[in-house]
Design a protein around this ligand. Sequence first.
Ligand SMILES: O=C(O)CCC(=O)C(=O)O
Ligand SMILES: [Fe+2]
Length: 284
Amino acid sequence: MIEVRRLGQQIGAEILGVDVKTLDDTGFAAIYRTWLDYNVVVVPGQELQIEDFLRYSRRFGLVHPHPSKMTRHPDYPEITLLGANKVGPDGTLNLAIYRRGAEGWHTDGAYDQEPFKATQLYALAIPSTGGDTLFASMYAAYEALPARVKQRLDGRSGAFTYGGRRESRALLNEEDRDWKPVFHPIIRIHPETGRKALYFDPGKILKIEGLDEQESDALIEELTGRMIQSEGEYRHKWSKGDIVIWDNRCSYHKAAGDYPPEEDRIHWRVSIKERTGAGSLATG
Ligand SMILES: O=C(O)CCC(=O)C(=O)O
Ligand SMILES: [Fe+2]
């Protein structure tokens, strides 16, 4: 029997009593339902080979290679390696690798016409201290907005791009750095739950459409301050063998980015898209 345990007040659940390698369809349906309800699901204690991880990940949707080619697994382009090769041949720490995901709260793939539905990580090596991942709910962020802000955002889209206004593109190859902005409604309806979420990412948004630059900058700043209710956060302390999947359509996350740099913190990571939808045509 699968056991579900709530983690944070607004987000996160842990699933106990499963081996994802032998999970049947009924068991998977229970995990998927839990994931839609809690937005972040942790399955601890798994012993997986890459093929096992990919097979399980594909049950959630279409596993899609990440645009950062230099951090892909050399034999499995759909697998991104987090934390690998962070020290260069001359001994210097590559901060883009070490601090990946730690520059601020974000949602993965907002730069894409069809953003990633989910991101899933599997922990291979965990440092002795630090290196947590933090999560928060976009539904809760939307619900907590003052009526005045909800009204201003109603029907408005944001322009998003890889690297955003800071143009942080260090993990992309030179030839892949030319991104065209894409547009998403800032108040976005989750395609499976029908719930409204504050779909916003300060590191990827360029501007809010239909406002002049000053107004757009001011609203971006205000929304940045309204993303997170700290009492609703869930902070994941990793153990080796943990699988964690989050829903990029309704949750924010960030890496703490604070572990001893001489220690290993390695994850396999996959980006997962919807199995169908206009975006899968558009992105070819
Ligand atoms: O390494 C982590 O804790 C999360 C990094 C991140 O933001 C991501 O993988 O999308
Ligand atoms: Fe991320």
